[in-house]
Each structure stands twice: as structure tokens, then as C-alpha cells.
Design a binder for this molecule. Structure first.
Ligand SMILES: *Cc1c(COP(=O)(O)O)cnc(C)c1O
Length: 232
């Protein structure tokens, strides 16, 4: 099988899963943006994916993302930055990112806002909210208790558009249970931010559970591209 055929198969299977999950949740699959996470995989795969109708791709490391976005310019792709951000790289991410999903602390607001101002186009951002339990050491995102304060900081930035929330289900819990908390966090959040309706949740292993609680963006890597090398 050629690489193009492999990717077409993976993509077809994921699109079918999305359609079934939407039907089960009484939703329209048009509501879901599939962000294909291409980290670790070469720009040649990104080009094949674009040829298969993929419009949105996700990356989690600045250097890799920047190089691939440059190598794939002209394909009309939207690049989603979904990984941990260092504040000294944050402004540079805005040169290619259509959306940043992983804004998780106030320190990133200034550099992202500056980068967006320089590029002359507002940057849609999502707040990554932690679904980790109270005992978790290293949180994956902002503590839900600090969400309001971070949202206010973003609202105060002229060139950022607070567009919604992002979350990753913790490894030590059933995704459906974690995403149920996300649903509650989000319904409280949108009362204050009625325009911030993006919900980025769901990966290869748990996209159905995310669609059931209202995800609008699923971030899927290995189910489309195959397993990533375990190094790095
Ligand atoms: C790698 C990654 C994904 C995709 O994970 P898969 O399990 O390969 O679908 C989604 N979200 C984030 C934040 C990631 O880093």
C-alpha cells in the first residue's frame, strides 16, 4: 500500500468514527473540525493529507511546526498550535498559527498579543484547562479555579480573540468521566464568554467521548498517520 493509500484509509476511518459519534450525540458532523496532528511526521505526509481534503493540521513543537508550515505554504492549510508553549517562543508561533489551543498561563498573553499585533491579524486562542485531579503534580493546563482570571487577561489583550477551551483527558481516568467535568466547566465559562464556543477535545483514543460532551475540534494523530516513533 502506498503512503497516500494508508493515509486515505486512516482518514476515512476517523471521518467515519466522527460521523457515528455525531449521530449518537444528535449532532451534525459539520460542527466538527478534524485537526490532523502531524507531529513527528514529514511535510510530505502533510502534502498528501492536503490532497485528501484535510484543511486543518496540528503541531506541538515550535521548530518543527515552523519548518513544516514553511515547507507546506501555498496549500491553504490552517496550522493549529496544540503543544506546551515557552514564553520566549510564543510570539514566533503567531507567524504561522491560525489558532493556539494551549494558552495555559498569564505569562503567554503578552508575547502572543505582541506577535499577533506584528502580523497584523488577530489570533484566536483557546485556554487549555486542566482536567487533572486535585492531587496532580504537573497540571496539563490551567486549574479550573484560575480560568476566569486568565480569561480576563486575554480579554484585555487587543490582538487575541478568546475563542474557547481545550483539554486533554488524564491518563489515569476514563475519558468520559473527565470530559463530563469539561462539559460543566465549559457551560459555566460560556455564560461569561458567549462567543468562545470552540471546544478542542478528543484524540485518537477518545474522540467519541469528546464529541458526546460537545467538542467542536478533535485533534487526531495516530489514528490517521499511524503510530509515532516512541523517541523524543
Ligand atoms: C499528540 C497530540 C494529539 C494527538 O494524539 P493521538 O493520540 O495521536 O491522536 C492530540 N492533542 C495533543 C495536545 C497532542 O499533543
Amino acid at each position: 500500500m502506498s503512503r497516500a493509500e494508508e493515509l486515505a484509509d486512516g482518514l476515512g476511518a476517523v471521518r467515519a468514527r466522527i460521523a457515528i459519534a455525531c449521530a449518537a450525540a444528535g449532532r451534525d458532523s459539520e460542527e466538527i473540525t478534524l485537526v490532523v496532528v502531524t507531529k513527528f511526521f514529514p511535510a510530505s505526509d502533510v502534502r498528501l493529507l492536503a490532497g485528501l481534503g484535510v484543511t486543518d493540521v496540528g503541531e506541538n513543537r515550535h521548530q518543527e511546526a515552523e519548518a513544516k508550515a514553511e515547507g507546506c505554504a501555498g496549500l491553504g492549510l490552517r496550522w493549529h498550535f496544540i503543544g506546551g508553549l515557552q514564553s520566549n517562543k510564543a510570539a514566533a508561533v503567531t507567524t504561522y498559527a491560525a489558532m493556539v489551543h494551549s494558552l495555559d498561563r498569564a505569562k503567554l498573553v503578552g508575547p502572543l498579543d505582541r506577535g499577533a499585533a506584528e502580523r497584523g491579524e488577530p489570533l484566536p486562542v483557546l485556554i487549555q484547562v486542566s482536567l487533572d485531579g486535585p492531587d496532580a503534580g504537573d497540571r496539563n493546563g490551567v486549574d479550573p479555579d484560575d480560568l476566569t482570571a486568565l480569561a480576563e487577561r486575554i480579554d484585555g489583550a487587543d490582538h487575541l480573540r478568546l475563542s474557547g477551551l481545550m483539554a486533554v483527558a488524564p491518563r489515569d481516568e476514563a475519558p468520559a468521566a473527565a470530559f463530563e467535568r469539561l462539559r460543566e466547566i465549559r457551560s459555566a465559562f460560556v455564560l461569561d464568554h458567549p462567543e468562545a464556543l470552540v471546544l478542542s477535545a478528543g484524540m485518537s483514543g477518545d474522540l467519541e467521548a469528546a464529541i458526546a460532551v460537545g467538542a467542536t475540534h478533535v485533534r487526531v494523530g495516530s489514528a490517521v498517520l499511524g503510530s509515532r516513533p516512541s523517541v523524543r
